[in-house]
Design a protein around this ligand. Sequence first.
Ligand SMILES: NC(=O)c1ccc[n+]([C@@H]2O[C@H](COP(=O)([O-])OP(=O)(O)OC[C@H]3O[C@@H](n4cnc5c(N)ncnc54)[C@H](OP(=O)(O)O)[C@@H]3O)[C@@H](O)[C@H]2O)c1
Length: 330
Amino acid sequence: MKAAYINQTGAPDVITFGELPDPRPSRNQCLVKVAAVDVNPIDTYIRAGLIPAKLNFPAILGRDLAGTIVECGAGVKRFKVGERVWCTGQGTEGRQGTFAELAAVDERWLNPIPEGVCEEDIVALSLVGITAYLGLVIHSRLRSGETLFVNGGSGGVGSCVVQMAKILGARVISTAGTEEKVRLCRDLGADEVINYKTQDVVVSIKAFAPDGVNVWWETLREPDFERTIPLLSVRGRMIVMAGREARPVFPVGPFYVKDCSLHGFAMFNATVREQRSAANTINRWASEGKLKARIDRIMPLSQAAEAHRLQEESTVRKTSLLAGKVVLKP
Ligand SMILES: NC(=O)c1ccc[n+]([C@@H]2O[C@H](COP(=O)([O-])OP(=O)(O)OC[C@H]3O[C@@H](n4cnc5c(N)ncnc54)[C@H](OP(=O)(O)O)[C@@H]3O)[C@@H](O)[C@H]2O)c1
């Protein structure tokens, strides 16, 4: 099969697109003919060797996939040949990645693709959708009628946070860096969108939420607590989920006197059961047309190195050239 893989960590040009042996499904695995994969910022950290990932070289890249089952191991109970499935959680901890024509995936990771939802859309909602769900429902416990602010409403995670927070009944305010992305956030359902390059973000948030923001979702890798904490409501919750190197100043006084709480999380720590519960809800919302994928572009899998370059450029070097996900097709 054709696959995008690495024999060592490094810059995007360590990625080879070439032939590897077809994987064989073990007892509890399904062999999936991959229709679509996507790029996440974490894929670029793994490829660059910046975070531990227990890779077996040649290591196929990629966390998420959507495709069709072509073979089932003898112990597989939940799925059969011909079913369309999606998953995240691959390409790490000794598991091979998804950037290939075929992938053997343990059935516990797989979710069905609902009728009427295409592979490109569900894969673009996979890791980021589960992240948004976990943060809103499990960690911050967002309630209907509350106010949510998300920094970066048109990004991979941000676009899911905006839509899910609206579905859960919140008033939503987000930021975006261009007028086009401001429109995008409004189309996703945000009630108010601030252009962080041309408008005063603090003044706009205070006008939208005079009593403070109930849930602040920070997608930036350098959170600014000095700016954020005064904008939280009493019992406000703040989510941080990016920036392993970040060591910001934390103003304790204005934080504890308002009973605020800080919630850090990484979606890969969620149990399979928690992830499946998130996936079921994502499936329902996607099939009802309430949750839409934010795809910036679709490229052939042969351009995996270029896709990694784009993601790194946009998220890590903060050029913001993407608005949502890069999807790749084998
Ligand atoms: N903890 C977890 O489980 C988890 C899961 C997924 C992702 N992450 C991490 O979360 C981060 C975001 O991931 P992503 O996939 O959403 O990345 P992304 O698609 O590149 O989104 C980044 C967002 O940041 C916004 N942004 C950049 N500079 C900004 C600024 N100065 N002010 C306000 N917004 C700004 C961008 O908005 P514009 O385009 O409008 O500039 C964009 O919406 C990454 O660091 C990733 O590694 C963590």
